[in-house]
Design a protein around this ligand. Structure first.
Ligand code: B12
Length: 114
């Protein structure tokens, strides 16, 4: 039986006034690479791209999918949302066995928090 792996990030375009003016959002390349690499090596996985979504929709998705491992891309802009995501996961009974793995350029400061 394969593990339920989910990749996600904490960027919500709707919270980014500057980017809403420019409207040239970028795909989450890092997690897309990881996802395709794992898939190629027989680890099926899902991606929740939060860009056009909201925190509430993210919550509903997580509760429905119930990942066993969740990999979250973390950068300077998104780290507060990522902290919110982690604390949601860690305080939810349904997700109590879910392992959280962080990656991306802002992991070091997160280590100081935990
Ligand atoms: C292209 C780029 C941009 C583009 C596109 C941004 C985008 N949203 O995609 C533009 C020019 C728009 C941009 C803007 C900004 N950027 Co920029 N950008 C980059 C750059 C040069 C490359 C990013 C990239 O696509 N890398 C390729 C992908 C494949 O790599 P990756 O995402 O890092 O993922 C790899 C690993 O990190 C890891 N990984 C990623 N996620 C996960 C998850 C898990 C679970 C695991 C295990 C591993 C993992 O594996 C991946 C594959 O190897 C980097 C510098 C760099 N060389 O990395 C800066 C960088 C990411 N940017 C940075 C910053 C600060 C910004 C701005 C805030 C600048 C500003 N003041 O406006 C804005 C933010 C805009 C936004 N809305 O996000 C900083 C982030 C610093 C930080 N601590 O978070 C960086 C690191 C540059 C730097 N050294 O300062 N940026």
């Amino acid at each position: 039986m394969s593990m339920k792996i989910l990749f996600t990030h904490g960027y919500f375009l709707n919270e980014d006034e500057k980017e809403k003016e420019i409207m040239k959002p970028y795909p989450p390349l890092g997690i897309l690479y990881l996802s395709s690499y794992l898939e190629k090596n027989n680890f099926p996985n899902e991606i929740f791209d939060s860009t056009f979504s909201s925190f509430n929709k993210w919550v509903n998705y997580i509760l429905d999918y119930k990942p066993e491992v969740i990999g979250i891309y973390t950068n300077l802009m998104t780290k507060l949302n990522v902290l919110k995501m982690i604390s949601f996961i860690k305080t939810n009974e349904v997700l109590k066995d879910c392992k959280v793995v962080l990656g991306g350029p802002e992991v070091k400061t997160m280590l100081r928090i935990f």
